[in-house]
Design a protein around this ligand. Sequence first.
Ligand code: PHE
Length: 338
Amino acid sequence: MSLDQNQIAQDLAQAIASINAAKDLEALKQVKIDYVGDKSPLAKANQALATVDKSLRAEFGKIIGSAKAELNEVFEKRLKELSSQRDSQVLLTERVDVTLPVQKTLKGGLHPLTILTNEINDLFIGLGYKVAEGPELESEWLNFDALNIPADHPARTMQDTFFIEPLEAKLVLRTHTSPVQIRTMLDQSPPIYVICPGKTYRADELDATHTPVFHQVEGLVIDENITMADLKGTLDHFAKTIFGSEVKTRLRPSFFPFTEPSAEVDIFFNGRWIEWGGCGMVNEKVLVACGVDTKKYSGFAFGMGLERTLMVKYGITDMHDIVEGDVRFSQSFGVGRQ
Ligand code: PHE
């Protein structure tokens, strides 16, 4: 192959024109193959150097060398141009508009009943109590007999209690958290300060004020010199923590087989007296059944429904809202909001 100076100049001009005509990086890639790479006319001219007459070789080497240098320079310049063009286009098309509304995903949250339980546990732990728990499937003896609820007591009839088959096993779904009192007294020696929150069951239809599965919190104290005044003071503090410092409490005589004397505790809240729970001094018969030395120790117990507490505190008028699990209900308590 012979070399021709004009041809080289023409090839260079053609290569430069093609490079400058490339509209984007993709086109430039092809131009590079055609005019800059190993198979380009200039590369071929370079390869042909070996075949030209020695006397001309140095001169042609120079011509081709400077043509290649110019070509590379033009190529690099175009590459830079097209790259920055591409970058600004990407910035433009992939721009994020931070003012657009976002798709909100709801976070999980605690049910108001759980929040209330935690609040009550915290309050009593602060007073030195321990949290005690017991099984929801309970023996009839612990749920009734040990609590001095005789076999003919109305609470034991089929209407109130979920009896579990086979009946000979004498198991029930606990109707209150009071069996945890018994379990604690059988398990520990006084002084005892416990709070027992948990699920309880009664054969009621679900309506605006009842639910067959509900929650109670039971308190039990056994120590020396415990009197009704300690009970009143504790309930007062409990009520003020949950309902606010303005709330008043009063005890109204009542009856429970496992406490003597027994009382209902009412609170004065939002301008009226409302029944809140039951309480009393632990019946001596119960203490004896649990092996507590009644000459040395006495105690009090109280029990409240947590659904009821929640309804009173927040003015909830329909139990369905508490049990149905609609997230909008929990959200209205500030739970799970983003
Ligand atoms: N266990 C009783 C109930 O479910 C409440 C209660 C607890 C009353 C402790 C007195 C003392 O109704």
